[in-house]
Design a binder for this molecule. Structure first.
Ligand SMILES: Cc1ncc(COP(=O)(O)O)c(C=O)c1O
Length: 428
């Protein structure tokens, strides 16, 4: 597969070929922990990264490798590393960049779990995060200091579906000679290609739209391969001899694949956040229909959001695909095929009405997930964003009167009828 093939072709073929041993057309699940070395020299070459191959499935596995290659192709990146969850991918992306005392400048509009991970958990590694409104470019610029090693945002932010001006943020990160990491989970590479807007790294929760049917958790880190890790002394894990891998200088030795190889050889080896081959297989199956599903998610989201916006029981709808959204103009620039299938709306009647609405829905499933073929609903303030302070909830667009919808690919009319009857119960 080459970069000249279209997205629909790549989502089915990229990174895979008929199995060389058996001719199996579908990617086999290589359910093995280890791989027999041809001889001692072969083993030594693999451990020295002088030859690419399989050693042990905590690091590499052919099924997981196929998924890595496919995701890298869809994002237009040089390489990808898959891992056990989206949250694992975020740590894996930061790991080669950060050190005690270093910080990441992150958007306030993020998945609540990421705000929590960046606020409290990464502090245990001596890292920290500074949260800034990414619509305030001067504030983003001002937040970057000598210890900042990355800028982090979501392309389409969970839960509100707000669109980040990736080009403007990438320009700021570029000027500071630090990478922009974009969580592209809610957009997927079908709707948004962050590398075309200047991002250096993309992270995914493959748990969501990429798999698409709520079967497995997984994550991926994709590298554009374009960042010059050696331009400054900010990234010694990549630009200087790495003591964690017998002194190899990853950037000098591996060029555009430096970040990816570091992620496997050091990140997966030592952090062990590995994706299992069966999970990779499910995600490969899901990706084959990604574009078709995303088209339908967007089509349905536009219909449902438009209906909700015109309903007197609803205060406002945040979907960026609506002309009333302040983010509407960014859709054409950042995600021209649509604003995704995720958004929030505010119910008149506040917290209590939201809880009744969630309880009253019949087709929508009340779950802590998004990006499923099924329509999903959650009340972020009492669940995914519960750990955040009221100020952080508001900043993330997850106040007490807000319900999040992940619009599935069912009949839009049925989804609207379900919301209609549940709103009637909630606001009676
Ligand atoms: C935008 C976004 N990024 C990352 C994650 C974390 O992914 P995972 O649950 O696979 O760890 C989520 C989970 O909901 C998410 O919505």
């Amino acid at each position: 597969m080459t970069k000249t093939h279209g997205f629909d072709t790549l989502q089915i073929h990229a990174g895979t070929a008929p199995d060389t041993a058996t001719g199996a057309r579908q990617v086999p699940i290589y359910q093995t922990t280890a791989y027999v070395f041809r001889d001692a020299d072969h083993a030594a070459a693999l451990f020295n990264l002088a030859e690419v191959g399989y050693i042990y499935s905590r690091l590499t596995n052919p099924t997981v490798g196929a998924l890595q290659n496919r995701i890298a192709a869809l994002e237009g990146g040089a390489g990808a590393v898959c891992c056990s969850s989206g949250h694992a991918a975020q740590i894996m992306a930061l790991f080669p960049l950060m050190a005690p005392g270093r910080n990441v400048v992150a958007s306030t509009k993020l998945y609540g779990g990421t705000v929590q991970q960046f606020t409290n958990t990464i502090r245990k590694f001596g890292w920290s995060a500074k949260f800034v409104d990414f619509d305030d470019l001067a504030a983003v610029k001002a937040a970057i200091d000598d210890d900042t090693r990355a800028v982090f945002c979501e392309s389409i932010a969970n839960p509100g579906g707000y669109i980040t001006d990736l080009d403007a943020i990438a320009k700021i990160a570029d000027a500071a000679q630090i990478p922009l990491i974009v969580d592209n989970t809610t957009a997927t590479p079908y709707l948004c290609r962050p590398f075309e807007h200047g991002a250096t790294l993309v992270v995914h929760s493959t748990t969501k739209y990429l798999t698409g049917n709520g079967t497995v958790t997984g994550g991926a880190v994709v590298d554009s391969g374009k960042f010059d890790w050696s331009a400054t002394d900010k990234f010694p894990s990549l630009s200087a001899p790495e003591p964690a891998y017998h002194g190899i200088t990853f950037h000098a030795a591996l060029g555009s694949m430096a970040f990816t190889f570091h992620g496997i050889a050091v990140g997966l080896r030592d952090l062990g956040m590995t994706m299992n081959p069966q999970g990779a297989h499910y995600t490969l199956m899901g990706i084959e229909t990604l574009s078709l599903r995303m088209q339908r998610h967007v089509e349905n989201a536009v219909k449902v959001a438009t209906w909700l916006e015109n309903d007197p029981r609803v205060d406002y709808v945040t979907y960026a695909g609506l002309k009333s959204s302040p983010y509407y103009d960014r859709v054409a620039k950042i995600c021209p095929k649509g604003a995704g299938g995720l958004f929030t709306f505010a119910v008149k009647g506040g917290y209590d009405a939201c809880v009744k609405l969630v309880n009253g829905l019949e087709i929508f499933s009340h779950v802590a997930n998004l990006g499923d073929t099924r329509s999903l609903v959650i009340h972020p303030a009492s669940t995914t964003h519960r750990q955040l302070s009221p100020e952080k909830q508001e900043a993330a667009g997850a106040g007490p009167n807000v319900v999040r919808l992940s619009i599935g690919i069912e009949d839009a009319d049925d989804l609207i009828a379900d919301l209609d009857q549940a709103l009637a119960k909630a606001t009676a």
